[in-house]
Every structure is written in C-alpha cells, then in structure tokens.
Design a protein around this ligand. Structure first.
Ligand code: HEM
Length: 405
C-alpha cells in the first residue's frame, strides 16, 4: 500500500500537496488516530460535507473546539438560531455598510502601512504588511483603540495556535483559554460603554442590531469580536501573502495584473484555490454516512481537507498549476467565489467576511502595486510556506524602486 505522510509529520508540514494527491487517489477516507478524526480529501466529499443541511454533517464539534477560546459564536450554531444570529451580523459586511463605512477604513489602513516602507526600496511583505493590515482594519472597523494593536496581535496569535493545535499541546491550550479571559476583561467594559454612546462603527452596529426581536448580549458581541480576530485576521493575512508569493513566482502573471488591475479578483480566487489560507475545517456526523472508501460512524469528527479538495483533478484541469487565466475560474468582476474553490467553505457557514476580504485584497494589492513599481523577490530568495491548519509564506522579502506618496 502507498505510504502517505501523516498530517502531523514534518514531511507533511514541509509540503502537504503530494500527500493530498495520494489521499485523494488512494485513501479518500482515513481514520486518523492522533486527531481522533476521519480525514476526507476529494472535492466532491468536502463540498458535500459543507453543503449538507446539517442532517448528516454538523458543526456540533465546534462546541469543544472553539468554545474554550472564543465562547459561543455563530460557527457552533445550527438551524434557526444560526440563521437569526447570522442575520444579526452579516449586513455589516456587505452592501452599503461595506461600501460607505468600511471601504474608507480599508483604504486608510493600507495607505498608513505602505507609507512606512514605500521610500525604503526593500521590505518583508509578510512582516510589514500582511500580518498587520487585516487586523488593523478590524480594530479600526470596530472603533477600538489602534494603540492596542500589539495586544490584539498577541491574542489572535494565541487563538490561531489554539485552533491549529492538532496534537493537543497543553501549553497552547492554556494560552488559548487565558486569551478568552483576557479578551473578555478588555472587551466587556468597552461594549458596555458603547451601548450608551452609539457611533458609526461596527461595534455600535452590533450593539444596535435586532432581528425578529433578538439582540446580541455583551457576551455574544465579545465572542463575535473574538471570532473576527481569528476569522478575519489570520485568514486575510495569509491570503495577501500567498497572493504575492504566487504572483512573484510567476512574473508574467504579476506583469499582467500590474497592467490590468481588473485581474486582481482572478488572482485572489486562484490564490484561494491553489494556496487556501485555511487548509482544514472540522465537521461532526449526525448519522452513519457513506463516503468514498467507506463509512464514517455517527458522532465522529471529520477533518475536511480544503487544501486537498481545491487541487482535485476531477474538478480542476492542471490542478497543481497556478494560473489566474484558467478557464474553470468563473470570477471576473462579479463575486462568485463559491463556484471557484472551497476556501470560504460553502452552505450555511459560508464565510461571512468573504466580500470584506475581497475588498481588503483589492485595495491592498492595488496600493502595493502602485507604491512598488518593478516589485520582485529579494535576490536568491525562495518563499517557504508554514502551517498545517492555516498555511502561508513565512516571509516575503521584496525589492523595488522607492516611491514617495
Ligand atoms: C467562516 C475562510 C475572511 C468572518 C469561514 C469559513 C471559512 C472561512 C473556511 C467556514 C468555517 C466553517 O464552515 O466551519 C475565510 C478566508 C478568508 C476569510 C479564507 C480570507 C481570505 C474573513 C473575514 C471575516 C470573516 C475578513 C470578517 C468578517 C467569518 C465568520 C465566519 C466565517 C464570522 C462564520 C460564519 C458562520 O458560521 O456562519 N471563513 N474567511 N472571514 N468567516 Fe471567514
């Protein structure tokens, strides 16, 4: 039988893609003892798990995976409760709110960061931009104090480590639980004060939101903000870094995007397919279920490998080639990510922030390309990806002709 590297091995962490291919082709259903989960990797199987209306694949296991670090969030909810809770928050991330209130915030935060390095001619895009921009945007959208940036950064790093702690390291678990307490101590008084003094920011929108007579408690808002740090920070961070790594490694595609900025949505969609920020998402079975290769029993945890599904040759031509011009990308100017890849999941938990992420990418990439003419990788540098649960380039040193604003 084919030897497939374990998802917790160093070999897998260095490059999971050969293992993903071997799983899809030879072992599309694997029982994985160390994580206590069944691993699925084919596009059709992962798509089915995401699209399921919760009769078979639920998010019930998030109660023990996510509750200790975030508290109760929409990710754990199902049925009507999920629909109402999602309706409370979703409007803030699309349409008029996104366009009128938050695009200016995104634009300002991109400019502020780029102004710190545009005159230098050399920068690490991961360190100086990708890890900072999305978190700055969320903190600013919420109307929180940006001088607390480092604390947010520390918190969301601990949260992400907790969620990606596949081997159950007790130190990481303790850090995650401490973060929940510290974050609550920080946020609850702020939420309390904001209720008495509503403004134009996201926190005020959440305080005022009401659907079918349901409103969010201080605890609900705190937990949602905690989720935003991770869901909206780390993911978009990895997406920007991977987008630039992919384009820098394919200079002809970088040149095409530089010349025609309407290609940015294609570069974003293809990046999310080829190098998704989130490589695995968990579900729990409600009944016994047949999938490729066997039966998953009721009550089991299922690890859905987005990173593997997005490169399934039964779904994509030349799946291991990064190509923003590929025919099977439907994204042109309209937003149609759901048809292009599984990076935002699908179905009822489809990423609430997908349009916000797209807006951040479009603004960030446009401004970076304007500020960095002739952008290229630093001499001799070869990007290295890191992460198993979430994944992206460790660093991205680039050189360019300096500009002034
Ligand atoms: C849900 C990925 C950006 C907020 C999700 C899920 C994925 C995902 C895979 C589904 C989780 C599941 O089904 O278990 C991404 C990626 C992003 C991104 C790849 C960037 C490229 C954002 C941003 C926000 C955000 C900027 C901020 C608003 C959320 C929330 C959910 C979610 C609140 C939960 C939705 C629900 O349970 O109904 N995201 N996300 N995400 N995302 Fe994102």
């Amino acid at each position: 039988a084919q030897q497939i590297p374990d998802i917790l091995s160093a070999e897998f962490a260095a490059n999971p893609y050969p293992a993903y291919r071997a799983m899809r082709e030879h072992a599309p259903l694997i029982w994985h003892e160390a994580t206590g989960s069944w691993i699925i990797s084919r596009y059709d199987d992962v798509e089915r798990a995401f699209k399921d209306k919760e009769s078979v694949f639920t998010t019930d296991n998030y109660n023990w995976q996510i509750e200790p670090v975030h508290g109760r969030t929409i990710l754990q909810l199902s049925g009507r409760e999920h629909a109402v809770r999602r309706a409370l928050v979703a409007p803030a991330f699309r349409g008029g709110d996104l366009q009128d209130k938050f695009l200016p915030v995104i634009d300002r935060n991109a400019r502020e960061l780029i102004d710190t390095f545009r005159h230098t001619g050399t920068v690490d895009l991961v360190e100086a931009f990708a890890t900072r921009f999305p978190i700055n945007v969320i903190v600013d959208m919420l109307g929180l104090d940006k001088s607390d940036h480092e604390r947010f950064h520390t918190w969301y790093t601990a949260v992400i480590a907790f969620l990606g702690n596949l081997s159950g390291d007790p130190r990481v678990m303790a850090d995650g639980e401490r973060t929940r307490v510290e974050f609550a101590e920080y946020m609850i008084p702020i939420i309390h004060a904001r209720r008495d003094n509503l403004g134009d920011d996201l926190l005020s929108t959440l305080c005022a939101a009401e659907v079918d007579g349901v409103r969010m408690s201080d605890e609900d808002i705190k937990s949602f903000c905690s989720l935003l740090l991770a869901a909206g920070g780390e993911t978009t961070d990895k997406a920007i870094a991977s987008l630039f790594a992919n384009l820098l490694l394919h200079p002809e595609q970088l040149a095409a995007v530089r010349a025609d900025r309407s290609l940015i949505p294609r570069a974003f969609a293809e990046t999310l397919r080829f190098t998704p920020p989130v490589h695995m998402i968990m579900r729990q079975t409600a009944v016994d279920v047949e999938v490729s290769g066997g039966t998953i029993p009721s009550g089991a945890t299922v690890t859905c490998l987005i990173g593997a599904a997005n490169r399934d040759s039964s779904r994509y031509a030349e799946p291991d080639t990064f190509d923003i011009f590929r025919d099977d990308l439907t994204t042109t100017t309209a937003f149609s990510a759901a048809a292009d890849h599984l990076a935002f999941a699908l179905g009822r938990h489809f990423c609430v922030g997908a349009l916000l992420a797209k807006a951040e990418i479009e603004t960030g990439v446009n401004q970076l390309l304007d500020a960095m003419p002739d952008l290229r990788l630093a001499d001799g540098f070869d990007p290295v990806e890191q992460g198993v649960f979430t994944r992206g380039p460790r660093s991205l040193p680039v050189v360019f002709t300096p500009t002034s604003d």
